[in-house]
Write a protein that binds this ligand. Structure first.
Ligand code: NAD
Ligand code: GLY
Length: 387
């Protein structure tokens, strides 16, 4: 899946000029059930009428956002949608991973029913991955399914969670355990929204950008290495390229395996350890991207101990993750028996089969596979990576 040579224009990165709008298509389904949709990537997209060309006419739009993002962007989106929809409503959710649950999901249903929204209503998820995942789940189940649009406003959501149709809420016993595969009708990645993103959230998003290199595209990994400073400085051309290439890779994987029968699991590189960190620390304490970034270091180390990659590759990846501002040392989840606690949490992972934990491993730069590993080896990895 490696790309020939990454081509973001170096002089425009240096000057930071506005990126042109680009479209990545995600192709899904058959002639009879076409669930393909465009991912629009660019600047000032809310007000561009072309942005909404992919969605059909409807009378009502419900914007779902949260207490942080709504004050920044809901009015802008609402004004733009008023030209297209007769009624535009807004529901504002509490912010944070800790609120990704039934109670918060119900606020969306309360708004839909309270406003007498019919089957033709379109939901707009305006926010990061938490808002996107919950809005998608609400859209999948309201009246057995209404269309929805992802308007991701974090880097993580633009490069990963808004694309591919995984929707969910958390359960106290496991992350994203209750949900549905349900594809959006359109994804709108307006890079301008990233200007207000806190630094820590930008780093968390970079973890998911970096992820695509080791699993699928070493040329992209080289490009990230060379352009990390520009990305961290929020250079719009560099960000546009990172979002576009990430979406291209994700679209290609999801296009081949929409419901994760096999291949799609490689997108979970770092997530088995990462989900244990998130659940073990308590949702929201570590950001999802931070846990995934640290989890990638642990999964790379596991791959090395399995004899699949050399230490130079692990060191290179670890250096890059650290430069991106992501923790590279795992937290201690239990002072008494840390490795057992990780193993216990990882057995709840969705990839686990009959209690056997599955890991995404790197079996050569740019290639990933899913496999189990002896518990003793996993314990060694945890002991060496956590302090
Ligand atoms: P998030 O949604 O919690 O957003 C991070 C924080 O940034 C929040 O406080 C949010 O309010 C704030 N924020 C969002 N946009 C902002 C902006 N433009 N300016 C200022 N603040 C802004 O977290 P996230 O990292 O976007 O997403 C993580 C979630 O996504 C997790 O729940 C994870 O499970 C899920 N996820 C889902 C998939 C998928 O395929 N569906 C993939 C990866 C992650
Ligand atoms: N974020 C992993 C996936 O979408 O499959």
């Amino acid at each position: 899946m490696n790309s020939p040579k990454v081509t973001a224009n170096v002089s425009s990165i240096a000057h930071g000029s506005a990126p042109e709008t680009q479209t990545v298509s995600i192709r899904l389904g058959s002639d009879t059930s076409d669930r393909s949709y465009p991912i629009r990537i660019g600047s000032a997209l809310f007000d561009d009428p072309q942005t909404y060309a992919a969605i059909g006419r409807a009378t009502t739009a419900l914007i779902v956002s949260n207490t942080t993002v709504a004050p920044l962007y809901a009015q802008g989106l609402k004004s733009a949608l008023t030209a297209r929809f007769k009624n535009v409503h807004l529901v504002t959710l509490p912010d944070g991973e800790a609120h990704k649950n039934w109670q918060t999901l119900n606020l969306i249903f309360d708004a839909l029913l309270g406003q007498q929204c019919d089957r033709k209503t379109v939901l707009f998820a305006l926010g990061g991955g938490v808002v996107g995942d919950m809005t998608g789940f609400a859209a999948a189940s309201y009246m057995r399914g209404v269309p929805f649009v992802q308007v991701p406003t974090t880097l993580l959501a633009q490069v990963d969670s808004s694309v591919g149709g995984k929707t969910a809420i958390n359960h106290p016993l496991g992350k994203n355990m209750i949900g549905a595969f349900y594809q959006p009708a359109l994804v709108v990645c307006d890079l301008d929204t990233l200007k207000t993103l806190p630094e820590r959230e930008l780093s968390a998003g970079l973890a998911e950008v970096i992820k695509y290199g080791p699993i699928a595209d070493t040329a992209f990994l080289d490009w990230i290495d060379e352009n990390l400073d520009a990305l961290m400085a929020r250079n719009p051309v560099a960000l546009a390229h990172a979002v576009k290439r990430s979406c291209e890779i994700k679209a290609r994987v999801v296009g081949q395996d929409e419901r994760e029968a096999g291949l799609r699991a490689i997108l979970n590189f770092g997530h088995t350890f990462g989900h244990a960190i998130e659940a073990g620390m308590g949702y929201g304490k570590w950001l999802h991207g931070e846990a995934v970034g640290c989890g990638m270091v642990m999964a790379a180390e596991l791959s090395r101990r399995l004899g699949l990659i050399d230490s130079a590759f692990v060191e290179r990846l670890t250096r890059l993750i650290k430069r991106a501002g992501i923790p590279i040392v795992g937290p201690v989840l239990s002072p008494q028996n840390n490795a057992e606690r990780y193993l216990e949490l990882m057995r709840v992972d969705k990839k686990a089969e009959a209690g056997e934990i599955k890991f995404v491993v790197i079996n050569g730069p740019g290639h990933a596979a899913v496999q189990s590993a002896p518990d003793a080896l996993v314990r060694d990895v945890i002991d060496s990576c956590c302090r």
